[in-house]
Structures are given as C-alpha cells and as structure tokens.
Ligand binder design. Sequence first.
Ligand SMILES: [Zn+2]
Length: 264
Amino acid sequence: MDKEQISQISRIPRQNFLKLLGLACINLIPGINTLNNELFLEVPIKIPPSLMLHSKDLSQLPNLIPLIVNSGYEATTYEQYYKKLLNGEKPTTPLLISIDDIGITYMNPAFKRIIEIMDKARMVGTLGIVTRGERNEAKTDIWKYLAEKQKNGWELAIHTEDHTSLPFLTDRELRFQIKETYEEIANATGKSPNSLILPYGNVNSKLGGTDRRIFDVCKELGIWWVVGIPGGKQISGSPPYFAGRVGPGRTEQITMEYLANSFD
Ligand SMILES: [Zn+2]
C-alpha cells in the first residue's frame, strides 16, 4: 500500500472503512461464501469444541469454568458462530456450550445456577428449550428470564415439544415437535430460533443413515444448526449443519481433555 492509497483510506469514514474491511475478510478466508445472505462452505471446516451440559453437571461447573477461561477459549453460541462465518470472520478459539432440557412450566434451579456461573465468567451458551404442555401452561416468569438471557447474548434453541426421539416419529409428528417449539420461542421472545438440539442426539433413521426429514423441516424454517452428539465434526455446503458435542468427563480435567481432543 503506497502513501496515496493510505491517504485515500484515511478519508473514508470509519464505519465505511470497517465495512470494507469486513468485505475484504470474506475474500481472505478461502471457501467461505455467502449466497443470498446464507452461508455456503466450499471447503469443509471443523466444528469448534462443543460441550453438552445438563442440570446434573452443575457440580463440575465451579471448577470447570475457570479452566475453560484460563485455556483461552471464547464461549460463543451456535447462532453467533454462524453469523461470524457469514460476516467472513473465523474465530480462532471458539467454544460452544449448550445446556439441555430447560422447561417452561418448571425450571430446575440448577439451570439458573449454571447460567449464573457462566454469566459471572462473561460466557454465553445455547439453551435447549423443551416446551412440553399446553401453551397457556408456560410460566411467564420463565419466559421473561429466558428472553432476558437471549438479550444478553444467550441463544434459545429448540429442544422440541416433548423431548421425543425424532427419527421414530411420523412425518406429521416430527414436524410438530420442531415447529411447535420454534413458534413458542418466537412468540415469547419476538425472535425465531436458529438451532435445533436433537433429543438424545438422535439423528439416524430406523433404517440407518441420517434422517433427512429433520433437515428438511429445519431448512424450511430457516434453522442453521442441528445439534446432536456423535459425529458432526465438520460442516460444508449450506445450512442446516449437523454439529456433534461431547458431554463432560468424570472430572473437570477429563472434560478439558475431551474438548481439546474430540474435535480434531
Ligand atoms: Zn435433552
């Protein structure tokens, strides 16, 4: 860059300059393209380390979170990660943490505690919501709490209506399980979810192989992520992408090893 070019850049207003920089980044990462504001990965990319938590894992959290922070991981959500890729950014040390089985008629206090510990460490995560029951049975204060978390960067993901293993369902039931929770999250928070966390991580059809119906319904709803457990170590092409996760180990050190070694 010569002096003339530099002086031209200095005349560009800051906001436009950042925009230009963003555009330049897209070209700098080979194989990441956007088509009609949708991600298209020409070259497969690895899924970041992804940790699955349940209420029972609260006991490990006070020791685990400092280890995660000291390792330099940057906690993000599936949604934020997708948006970053779409903007041509590729975070260097992202960590996806999801917390499953959060209900809206009753919330186990362990969930709030886990969220509180992560909040204190300035971390965000993805909350898997199960909307079981009639819509009017949902507790307003639970939705209020969840909407507040969402505003602060947490992601609310569909974990289905009844936590039923999707591949065993008829087409109609499968669609209901995903769509009902999608609509309830959208109605309660004003924001449509972008991720589906599969009950039991089940993605394979009875006959073996991926149950494409799950991805078809998600595609139709504009969902970017289908989050399971085994497999899902890399993504390519267009969304919805299948992402795998690991659960915590017996100790927080083993959990850290799983995160470091399971996503290579
Ligand atoms: Zn679950």
